[in-house]
Design a binder for this molecule. Structure first.
Ligand code: ZN
Length: 308
């Protein structure tokens, strides 16, 4: 099953306790899948009390709508059926009044329920292992604006794009999608999403670390090669014995251990010295080699060409 399917299956099993939330979720399903209800409105008004059929292939959505409708409008409270309570008007009229109520999305719990209904009816989410995308396909601009408002109300950066005859509200950022899935109440999917994200983050971190290590190793190797060349130059042109003892020792261990780190070189010296001390002595050797090269060139400007 797709990740989207998993999320929907989980959302289908969530039936909110509060009637306000049940109505909010119904309102979302009606707004986003109402066009699939055929003569829904007429049927309902004609047969007060009948549960409308949502003509959709989506059995999960159909069942959810049925369950919510039944709970919110058909079930009795202390023996009194809501049908009787809404005497003077049919259940269908009560339904339409309720889903169009201006206070429908006043509470946060209801906005969560609305989002859940909207996603069940027309939402999808990509497999987080591949990329991050969450969308709800709305039939018109008004519905899209409402869905977007609910998402932005949760602090999410929802955007809208026109696609064929629909207005699509979507989220692109991984952390925002995780948040939206959490607000809808899909805690299992949320866990899976977070695991994937943690995995991605860890992998990114490991890759960065490895790249960094490789770069550092290359830099050290280049530096060591240059130091060895300088020392060899000094040995050939003035002899290491002409150096102060501390630099002689330094030159000897560098030549002997070209792969050693500065710290390791320091440990090889007698007495041991720290990294910065090693660095300082190697730099000094580099300067001596540079001076020697300059002197060579001045004394015998043509030599180099003749030799090479
Ligand atoms: Zn509520």
């Amino acid at each position: 099953m797709s990740f989207s399917g998993e999320v929907k299956r989980e959302l289908a099993d969530i039936v909110p306790e509060g009637r306000h939330c049940q109505i909010a979720e119904l309102a979302a399903i009606y707004a986003l899948a109402g066009d699939r209800m055929g003569e829904f409105a007429d049927d309902m008004l004609a047969n007060a009390g009948e549960i409308p059929i949502l003509r959709t292939e989506n059995a999960i959505l159909q069942r959810k709508f049925f369950t919510l409708y039944e709970k919110a409008f058909m079930m009795g409270e202390v023996g009194n059926s809501r049908r009787q309570m809404s005497a003077g008007g049919s259940v269908a009229e009560a339904f339409f009044r309720a889903v169009r109520h201006p206070m429908l999305l006043k509470r946060e719990c209801c906005r969560r329920s609305f989002l859940r209904g909207a996603f069940l009816a027309a939402g999808s989410i990509s497999d987080p292992k591949k990329h991050y995308h969450y969308e709800i396909v709305c039939p018109d601009g008004g519905t899209a604006a409402r869905v977007r408002e609910v998402l932005t109300g949760f602090g999410l950066d929802a955007k809208t794009v026109r696609r064929k005859q629909s207005e699509v509200v979507y989220l692109k950022e991984g952390d925002q999608i995780v948040y939206a899935v959490g607000e809808m109440g899909a805690s299992k999917a949320l866990l899976e999403l977070e695991n994937v994200r943690i995995y991605h983050e860890l992998r990114g971190m490991v890759n960065r670390q490895v790249n960094c290590d490789v770069a550092n190793a290359r830099k050290s190797a280049e530096m060591s090669a240059r130091q060895v060349k300088d020392i060899e130059f000094i040995r050939e042109h003035m002899g290491l014995s002409g150096l102060p003892v501390s630099l002689q020792d330094m030159a000897r261990v560098r030549l002997e251990y070209p792969d050693a780190t500065l710290q390791e070189l320091g440990d090889l010296l007698e007495p041991k010295i720290g990294k910065s001390g090693v660095n300082h002595r190697l730099r000094r050797l580099g300067e001596i080699a540079a001076d020697l090269r300059k002197k060579e060139e001045k004394e015998a400007p043509g030599d180099r060409e003749e030799v090479t």
